[in-house]
Design a protein around this ligand. Structure first.
Ligand SMILES: C[S@@+](CC[C@H](N)C(=O)[O-])C[C@H]1O[C@@H](n2cnc3c(N)ncnc32)[C@H](O)[C@@H]1O
Length: 319
């Protein structure tokens, strides 16, 4: 989502709505991608550490499920970011002499450049075919006869509301062939205090990440958001199992955009909804698979069952 026309339409619609809202997909400009790397290193953000441990420590088990008997495969990672975690899995596949082409996709050129640097230096033997683009619009061409393994990590599916999550899963289903695989890293429900801290860390990095969205709009749409007059707010609701982030206007103010030739009014305390992060149970993940044309064949979790990695088999005919 780097297209300025799409951003303009999104902001017009999002800031005119009764509950103002902007999509988290726009967080990842170069600075947003850098800040997200810092979030992943925060003590409170257990998601990355647990997922990375699964990919590192259970890589042989995972490799066995996605490439039984060393079946050749194309590993298509949706929203790959800098690929640090996937490197561990790719290393194991390379050690086992699996014929693998790694196809990371991301809307962030910065993230893909980092990923390419990392693979060139740490695993130069891996065949790497990055795609810069939106996974709702683009999909890499995989030669006939090769198995695709799509992968969506970081609990990214949880950033979508229920309707959009199923839409994304159906899109993946449409792109895959029968017997292809989807690997999904999903965050599990747990103590709300742990979840609350993950989205509102003590150092304020998540706050900077959220505020950076306004900086992006200032730069790309000629807006005049005063970054000091908005504040990050995050809250986890145990009833719904959802963490939500907002930017809250600290005063009554008017923000304008020279590109959109528009002004937007904010009352004191009014919020812009910027991100949701759905948390799952192992049962709800299984239901999601069944409702979107997949069958769960294996699940990896850490000992506390804080985080999960599910391996789904694509069932049914190609749509
Ligand atoms: C939360 S980060 C996660 C990165 C990585 N998967 C991980 O788990 O560390 C989300 C990544 O998805 C990318 N992204 C978000 N929406 C996307 C879309 N529609 N198409 C392609 N990439 C997208 C972002 O640029 C960002 O790098």
């Amino acid at each position: 989502m780097n297209d300025s026309q799409t951003l303009a339409e999104h902001v017009l619609q999002g800031l005119r709505a009764k509950q103002k809202a902007l999509s988290s997909a726009w967080f990842y400009d170069d600075e947003g991608s850098r800040l997200f790397q810092r979030i992943m290193a925060m003590p409170e953000y257990y998601l990355t550490r647990l997922e990375h441990s699964l990919l590192r420590e259970r890589a042989q088990e995972l490799a066995q499920w996605i490439s039984p008997n060393r079946t050749p495969l194309d590993l298509i990672e949706l929203g790959s970011g800098d690929g640090e975690k996937t490197l561990s899995l790719c290393r194991t596949l390379a050690d086992q002499n699996v014929d693998c082409v790694y196809r990371p996709m991301d809307i962030s050129a910065h993230a893909l450049a980092e990923l390419s640097r990392r693979f060139e230096s740490d695993l130069p033997s891996m065949a790497l075919e990055p795609t810069l683009g939106d996974y709702f619009e683009h999909w890499p061409q995989v030669p006939a006869g090769r198995r695709s393994v799509a992968m969506l990590l970081g609990s990214n599916l949880g950033n979508f509301d229920d309707v959009s999550a199923v839409r994304l899963l159906r899109r993946i289903h449409t792109q895959l062939r029968p017997d292809d695989i989807l690997v999904l890293g999903l965050d599990l429900k747990k103590d709300p205090h742990v979840l609350q801290a993950a989205y509102d860390d003590a150092q304020g990095i998540t706050a900077q990440f959220n505020i950076n969205l306004l900086r992006r709009l200032n730069r790309e749409l000629g807006m005049d958001f005063d970054l000091e007059r908005f504040r990050h707010f995050a809250s986890y609701c145990p009833l719904e199992g959802v963490a939500r982030s907002f930017l809250v206007s600290q005063v009554e103010q008017v923000v304008s955009s020279s590109v959109l030739s528009q002004t937007f009014n904010f009352s004191a305390g009014e919020s812009i909804f910027t991100e949701q992060s759905q948390k799952y149970t192992l049962q709800s993940i299984e239901r999601l698979a069944n409702n979107s044309g997949f069958r769960s064949i294996h699940v990896l979790t850490d000992p506390r069952q804080w985080y999960s990695m599910s391996i789904w088999h694509r069932v049914g005919q190609r749509a």
